[in-house]
Design a protein around this ligand. Structure first.
Ligand SMILES: Cc1cc2nc3c(=O)[nH]c(=O)nc-3n(C[C@H](O)[C@H](O)[C@H](O)COP(=O)(O)O)c2cc1C
Length: 231
């Protein structure tokens, strides 16, 4: 009788653990359906213009408080300089391609602590504000390939990216999107950019998890190899 009871407990606990694991898996992957399928990615690779001058444009907002990665804070320091996660990935991609780098900066500043920046950007996102850009690409027409990187903010691109896509017509260019994120990869942003730049070839680049920044180099190389993106 005692044995039966412990069996029941074992079955109930195992069932709960399995349900929790399956639930977590589906929750984390709920946005995967918005990513490019293998066929779509192959097609964009075929269409992609991989010759010509390359630009790597990125937005980043590293937070400065002492909170660890589980709250999505990004605190990458090299030689005493604080790097944003996306800035770090952009640097590696630009090195690999000998590409020009462009930091997308806004006129307005965001708060520097995690809690405050979360509140502030949520309001900006909900209002649909397009923040004014402080930095501008001098001559976008000289580039054939434009890598564009951003941290995922509120399951979307930061609003500064909407301003960026509003400012530049990327028709005819190969646009490779890359993100850094706390688990949600691209969400719907690939589809959004396809709509904002309908005459560009939009490719899915690397999505680097913010707790695995140390694997950036490896992941970027893997992506380049997988997509046979050779210049
Ligand atoms: C305001 C804010 C909102 C965020 N929203 C998301 C999100 O919706 N999904 C996600 O996976 N990560 C989210 N994150 C985590 C960041 O995307 C991630 O830490 C990123 O690497 C930060 O890049 P950065 O240092 O270049 O700014 C958010 C972080 C912040 C600060």
């Amino acid at each position: 009788m005692k044995l039966k009871k412990s069996y029941k407990w074992l079955i109930a606990t195992t069932t709960l653990i399995v349900l929790a694991l399956v639930g977590t898996y589906f929750y984390r992957h709920r946005f995967d359906k918005y990513e490019l399928t293998q066929e779509e990615q192959q097609q964009t690779i075929l269409e992609a213009q991989t010759e010509g001058k390359t630009l790597v444009a990125y937005f980043t907002w590293p937070t400065r408080d002492d909170v660890d990665g589980t709250t999505s804070a990004s605190r990458l320091t090299r030689d005493g300089k604080l790097y944003g996660n996306t800035e770090y990935v952009a640097g590696i991609i630009s090195q690999k391609f000998g590409a020009d780098l462009h930091h997308i900066e806004t006129e307005r500043t965001y708060p520097s602590t995690v809690g405050a920046v979360l509140d502030d950007t949520k309001e900006e996102h909900n209002r649909g504000d397009y923040p004014k850009l402080k930095s501008h690409v001098e001559d976008m027409s000289q580039y054939d390939i434009v890598f564009i990187g951003y941290p995922l903010w509120w399951y979307d691109m930061p609003m500064a990216l909407y301003t960026f896509f509003d400012e530049y017509d990327l028709s005819g260019k190969t646009v490779v999107l890359f993100t850094t994120h706390g688990g949600n990869r691209f969400c719907r942003t690939l589809r959004t950019v396809q709509q904002l730049e309908p005459k560009a070839v939009v490719m899915q680049g690397p999505a680097i998890f913010d707790r695995e920044m140390d694997k950036t180099e490896e992941q970027v190389s893997k992506w380049l190899e997988m997509n046979k993106f050779v210049k």
